[in-house]
Design a protein around this ligand. Structure first.
Ligand SMILES: [Zn+2]
Length: 293
């Protein structure tokens, strides 16, 4: 919509003087229809038409060029050279920094980043400069416990960069003592303020847990057994993609509770108001993360 508005404005601005010029042209009345007067009036009209056509042509070109520029911005994370933009540079179409004033907590900022990702307006980053700046230490604001699924990359889908997220991943976004130990390190030593347990659509681990199939190894049995008790009751009520989605959501909620239950350090951090634990669901189709209650 922005493209339409910006391209319409110069067109309208040009047409006003063009119309004024037309009005200022001596009127061709029946009494003045000499060959010279008629010729002069026709020449003036043709000049105006050429100028209008020329302006409309330039407008049309600019309109087609803008989406290309936006697309470049959308892929700038990987393609932009290190000196191309500061770390806070925004891609075309992003609102100014003041527009984010309402995003006062980490979770809101991550969800705003996810909306940028889903709409193809990811930020352009100077990754080389960020890497250098992070050599001395890290201060990630959030921990994300996500599924290991290759389609669910937290830094990408929350539009974050190096040093922003402390990511822990396991198929089915399950917790265990090693996962909890990683989270405790991030909260206790790095002072992360948020833990996000992120489930997702079409999750293979959830499907395996729902299927009831026999797992071919003790390790896979251990993984599926973490999920099955939470999701198997859903088999009686739902089927297909809805069953898997509901299972993934139930599993993410359950893991968030388990994180609190099984870690004294994290539980106390929540009780002291230093930490927030939330769960969310990532939709592969829309690219959007929905907070789970
Ligand atoms: Zn998964």
């Amino acid at each position: 919509m922005t493209i339409v508005r910006t391209s319409c404005f110069p067109r309208a601005a040009f047409l006003l003087p063009a119309v004024a010029l037309l009005l200022a042209t001596p009127a061709v009345t029946a009494a003045e229809t000499t060959p010279d007067a008629l010729h002069q009036a026709l020449e003036t009209k043709q000049r105006i038409e050429q100028r209008v056509a020329s302006q409309l042509s330039r407008d049309s070109s600019a309109q087609h060029a803008r989406p290309a520029a936006a697309a470049h911005g959308a892929h700038g994370t990987a393609a932009a050279p290190a000196h191309a933009a500061p770390t806070t540079a925004l891609a075309h179409g992003e609102p100014a920094a003041g527009a984010h004033a309402a995003e006062t907590d980490v979770w809101s900022r991550l969800l705003a980043g996810n909306r940028r990702f889903a709409s193809g307006r990811t930020r352009v980053r100077a990754v080389m400069a960020q890497r250098a700046a992070l050599v001395a230490g890290q201060h990630p604001e959030a921990v994300v416990l996500a599924c290991a699924d290759s389609r669910v990359s937290p830094e990408l889908l929350f539009d974050q960069s190096l040093g922003d997220l402390f990511v822990v991943r396991a198929a089915g976004n399950v917790e265990d003592p090693i996962i909890l130990g990683s989270m405790e390190y991030a909260v206790e030593h790095l002072h992360a303020k948020l833990i996000v347990v992120l489930g997702h659509g079409s999750c293979g681990a959830v499907k395996a847990a729902l299927s009831g199939d026999e797992m071919p190894s003790p390790n896979l049995v251990a993984l599926v057994d973490k999920i099955r008790p939470t999701v198997q009751r859903l088999n009686a009520c739902f089927e297909g993609a809805e069953l898997v989605e509901r299972g993934a959501k139930a599993n993410a909620r359950h893991t968030a509770i388990e994180v609190m239950t099984n870690s004294k350090i994290l539980r106390e951090a929540v009780e002291k108001g230093h930490l927030k634990i939330v769960s969310g669901f990532y939709d592969l189709t829309t690219g959007l993360v929905t907070p789970l209650e």
